[in-house]
Design a protein around this ligand. Structure first.
Ligand code: AMP
Length: 355
């Protein structure tokens, strides 16, 4: 195998873990990221320290790499398209376009036959009031673009919650109002598609959020086999529709009757798939590297039950405790400042080896 070079746009922890997986398979990595010494660059071969859309930096990245991928969904679509004219970019830039706008995303999911919450586009205070009236005064209002970890959102729990000033409070930007989904739990599925169209999906994880940020992912999720099969089927449809190459994460709400409502897609490796590094032979990071480089996909079977816990801000103080537990795999991200809400690392504890 010749030593090929993979470009990774984005220098956070996901890029770091991709670079580590790439290195184990003899690939070189170049990180494009404006912040010098970022988590990914600490373990990669080199960094181009520039903005994601900088034309000179993109030309340099295309010249230095055989394949380019990305670790976050807000890579400017034009930058990905410019790169794709010179070097293969996986997942395809179309996946970025779909994932960057919650309205486009929901329409796309519905077009693939994947159910979502009902929704209305909201471009003014008047449209917000009309949309809320349609949903009986309940709903979740979100910015269409650039929201993450529950940021840029407002929940209307009952008609008593006044929408007054809400459009301006979210920044006078295009919004979407989603109907309120009375879910029993949240799950996600991580799946990969190879260049030849082969799909491999991991078992769905059950996710719990704290202050809008993922706190834990638990395997197995408390769902029956039909619900798990429905998650796999949705992943297959989505991957085929995008002619996707690489790993995708799809988050779902599980209704009391076991049916699924898709919430959002991430065209990249995903926080709720970090457990694969401890409980599967081939992690989501290696799976992504295999997919984009044309190597055969690994077996996504899970050999253990486990719980992944994010280490956020001061949770870093728990590292000595986690290190003393015999079945816990600690992974830290090389970030120096532990600000509140900042993901500093994660730990996956094996709770039971499958017999
Ligand atoms: P998101 O940023 O879309 O992932 O939303 C963050 C969290 O808000 C989700 O994980 C849910 O717990 C909650 N949430 C988002 N959308 C809805 C909805 N339409 N109905 C009920 N809860 C929601």
């Amino acid at each position: 195998m010749s030593a090929r070079t993979i470009g990774i746009i984005g220098g956070g922890q996901l890029g770091r873990m991709l670079a580590m997986a790439a290195a184990r398979l003899n690939f070189r990595t170049v990180i494009l990221e404006p912040q010098a010494g970022c988590p990914a660059a600490q373990v990669a071969n080199s960094q181009i320290t520039a903005a994601y859309a900088d034309p000179l930096a993109l030309a340099e990245l295309a010249a230095a790499c055989d394949i380019v991928t990305y670790e976050f969904e807000n890579v400017p679509v034009e930058a990905a398209e410019t790169l794709a004219r010179n070097v293969p970019v996986y997942p395809p830039p179309r996946a970025l376009e779909v994932a960057q706008d919650r309205l486009t995303e929901k329409r796309f999911l519905n077009g693939c036959g994947i159910p979502t919450a009902r929704f209305h586009a909201v471009d003014s205070q008047e449209e917000l009031e009309a949309a809320l009236a349609d949903f009986g005064g309940q709903g979740v209002l979100k910015t269409r673009r650039l929201g993450y970890d529950g940021k840029g959102q407002r929940v209307f729990r009952s008609p008593a919650d006044s929408p007054e000033g809400a459009f301006a409070a979210l920044g006078n930007v295009p919004l979407i109002l989603e109907s309120f989904v009375p879910f029993e739990r949240e799950i996600s599925i991580i799946a990969a598609r190879a260049v030849d169209g082969t799909v491999a999906a991991y078992d769905p994880a059950e996710n719990v959020h704290r202050d809008g940020i993922l706190d834990t992912s638990t395997l197995p999720a408390r769902i029956d086999s039909q619900t798990a099969a429905a998650a796999h089927e949705s992943a297959g449809k989505l991957l085929a529709a995008l002619d996707y190459v690489g790993v995708v994460g799809i988050e779902f709400f599980v209704l009391p009757d076991g049916s699924l409502v898709a919430n959002e897609i991430a065209p990249r490796v995903h926080n709720s798939g970090h457990w694969t590094e401890a409980a599967c032979v081939v992690s989501q990071f290696e799976q992504h590297i295999r997919a984009i480089t044309g190597l055969p996909l690994g077996d996504p079977a899970r050999h253990s039950d486990c719980v992944m816990t994010n280490l956020i801000g001061d949770d870093l103080n728990d590292v000595p405790m986690w290190l003393s537990r015999p079945h816990a795999l600690v992974h830290l991200y090389g970030k120096t400042e532990a600000r509140p809400g900042r993901k500093m690392g994660h730990v996956t504890e094996i709770t039971r080896a499958k017999g």
